[in-house]
Ligand binder design. Structure first.
Ligand code: ADP
Length: 192
């Protein structure tokens, strides 16, 4: 399996690029943000619990997201060429849990592609996206900034965690969508 993590702060383009790369490399795209929003929309117990955190711009508890990933892996790991993870792992505990889950399936993460975008550009993109996304957490600047602080405190250490295995590559996340896809693809091509 070719398993990749698309990593970066909120608004860095992970979702946009993951959608393009999954087509190109025939990978399963797993976005924990999308999965949580589906649960919210269905009004499940998990969705209602997650909503409180998401609307406040905070991370959903690890146990909730790890459980969701575990069931996706059980369902798909032996059916796909590989997986592109988007928005997961977002804490070191999630990264460790993911390693264990993948090890149990005799596979691992091949590469962490880390999108580099300046903070003011992130805020600008997310407030622009709010016009069409319908996401409460995109519409309010204070919540957007809260998400960036959560990222700095809890998610940025995930890049350091993977650096110990020498699998992190930084890619410029500003420029045209097509150029960024090509820069990411160049990194993936050397793996296959
Ligand atoms: P963005 O990358 O723009 O912040 P996402 O759709 O990835 O958007 O995430 C939206 C929200 O969903 C996050 O702010 C957080 O509350 C929750 N979330 C998504 N993925 C995770 C995760 N792996 N761990 C904890 N919370 C998560």
């Amino acid at each position: 399996m070719l398993n990749l993590i698309l990593f970066g702060p909120p608004g860095s383009g992970k979702g946009t690029q993951a959608t393009r790369l999954k087509e190109r490399y025939q990978l399963l795209h797993i976005s924990t943000g999308d999965l949580l929003r589906e649960e919210k929309a269905k009004g499940t117990v998990l969705g209602l619990e997650a909503k409180k955190f998401m609307d406040a711009g905070e991370l959903v508890p690890d146990a909730v997201v790890i459980g969701m990933i575990e069931s996706k892996l059980d369902e798909y790991a032996d059916k796909v060429n590989g997986i592109i993870f988007d928005g997961f792992p977002r804490t070191v505990a999630q990264a460790e849990a993911l390693d264990d889950l993948l090890n149990a399936k005799n596979t691992c993460i091949a590469k962490v592609l880390f999108l580099q975008v300046e903070e003011e550009e992130l805020v600008k993109r997310i407030l622009e996206r709010a016009k069409t996304s319908g996401r409460a957490d995109d519409a309010d600047e204070a919540t957007v900034r809260r998400r960036i602080v959560e990222y700095e405190n809890k998610t940025a250490p995930v890049a350091e965690y993977y650096q110990q295995f020498d699998i992190v590559t930084k890619v410029a996340g500003q420029g045209s969508i097509e150029m960024i896809t090509e820069a990411l693809a160049a990194q993936i091509d050397v793996l296959i």
